[in-house]
Write a new protein. Structure first.
Ligand code: NAD
Length: 408
């Protein structure tokens, strides 16, 4: 079999949107020559301009000098088509989140690139093995999940497919180091490590809105714990409409009670920070989230409309449910071998999700509390609120042996 390049010198990025722009800068900053492809020439031109603007801004801020900016810009070039990128060592794909589209691109690239080239996808949720299956080189395929904005966020999830070769993983980790990233290897599952845990956490936050809490109360409790921002402020930053549009397109999940507040906000064109209103209000040009009583009234109306008898939900319960949801999902991720260690899970949460650094990450926090205590609290929630709180098997085993996640 051909040798995987251990030192990636030349790369291509497919897609010149939000993520493509950041990824191109990560590569250029690390000294890698990048060829850039987008099937929309106008998009590519705009993106090249945006990259040049970012570097000019960095020079004005004194973060790099003009010569360095020029060198970085010189490393980036537009490529007219896939034939122009046939000699690269690595391709990172960052087009729309659509499996058929990604498979089509991977199939085409597989037919053109040298056999030792690595094919990576920046997908945040799609099955890496299904993408790899479109090629005759599944051992050369993996996920490189950057976080937005990619040139600023430290975290890189390196997603190992069922057939990804160890040398390919190593080459990706080495590149991660050169880009100054904190790279964490994740197995292939829905949401990988970070978003899979995030999903359980935001589900609890949304349930509590229906049961009696208000968005600013949930956010205040989690920010009081030390999170950079609570879940509802995070939705406003990301854009509430992204998931709403995805649900509309797929026809899946739109009736779930927990997303009814999101649906109503989007119907009112309250998409988050970008539209000036979302879970909070934003003055023009400001990113300061301001409490909006209209949102509380909407939450009340939606939850009563769904038949909930609202009750007071205190800070302790908010913290208990959101944190234990994270810890229990993290334990399942460990148990399934999706993460190599509890430390890796913590690195994901500290570097990609704003978990308070002084608490060491969700798994280290659980160890500090004592796993036997966490296990008992989860069983208590299971008794009161149902099966979805059932503690991960590995947690019971570690707790019974007087151990913590760090001993796994
Ligand atoms: P985007 O919509 O901003 O950009 C997508 C780009 O792909 C557009 O410029 C489009 O012209 C181009 N494109 C579409 N079809 C193409 C084709 N056939 N050939 C070449 N170019 C094509 O999307 P984005 O937000 O940058 O997301 C890209 C990928 O990254 C998605 O898979 C997404 O799930 C993932 N991701 C996004 C984020 C985020 O916060 N936006 C974070 C992590 C991962």
């Amino acid at each position: 079999m051909s040798q995987t390049p251990s030192n990636i010198q030349r790369a291509a990025v497919i897609g010149a949107g939000t993520m493509g722009r950041g990824i191109v800068m990560c590569l250029a900053n690390a000294g890698v020559a990048v060829q850039w492809v987008d099937n929309n020439p106008q998009m590519l031109e705009q993106a090249l301009g945006a990259v040049a603007d970012t570097y000019a801004h960095n020079v004005r801020q004194g973060r790099i000098d003009q010569a360095e900016a020029d060198a970085r810009i010189a490393r980036v070039s537009a490529a007219a088509d896939y034939a122009a990128i046939r000699d690269v060592d690595l391709v990172i794909e960052a087009v729309y989140e659509n499996l058929e589209l990604k498979q089509k691109i991977f199939r085409e690239l597989d037919g053109l690139l040298k056999p030792e080239a690595i094919l990576a996808s920046n997908t945040s949720a799609l099955d890496i093995d299904a993408i790899a299956a479109a090629t005759r080189r599944p051992q050369q395929v993996l996920g490189l999940h950057f976080f937005s904005p990619a040139h600023i966020m430290k975290l890189l999830e390196v997603v190992r497919g069922a057939q990804t070769a160890p040398a390919v993983l190593e080459a990706a980790l080495e590149l991660g180091k050169r880009m100054g990233k904190v790279s964490v290897v994740s197995g292939n599952c829905d949401g990988f490590i970070g978003n899979r845990m995030l999903n359980t956490y935001v589900l609890e936050a949304r349930k509590m809105l229906l049961e009696g809490a208000y968005p600013h109360q949930v956010d205040a409790a989690l920010q009081g714990f030390g999170f950079a921002m609570g879940p509802f402020r995070m939705f406003d930053v990301v854009g509430i409409d992204l998931q709403w549009r995805a649900r509309q397109l797929s026809g899946i999940g739109q009736d779930v009670p927990e997303v009814q507040v999101d649906n109503r906000l989007c119907e009112m064109q309250r998409f988050g920070q970008k539209s000036g209103n979302g879970y909070y209000h934003y003055e023009p040009g400001s990113r300061q989230a301001e409490h909006d009583p209209l949102v509380d009234a909407l939450v009340l109306e939606v939850s009563e409309g769904l038949g909930f008898h609202r009750r007071e939900i205190g800070q302790d319960e908010i913290l208990e449910r959101c944190l234990l949801a994270l810890v229990n999902e993290g334990a399942k991720i460990l148990q399934e071998g999706i993460a190599g260690s509890s430390h890796d899970v913590d690195l994901v949460y500290l570097n990609g999700y704003g978990f308070p650094a002084d608490k060491g990450g969700p798994m280290a926090w659980a160890d500090q509390q004592g796993l036997a205590d966490i296990h008992r609290r989860l069983m208590d929630l299971e008794t009161r609120q149902g099966d979805h709180w059932k503690p991960a098997r590995v947690m019971g085993e570690l707790a019974a042996a007087g151990k913590g996640f760090a001993d796994h």
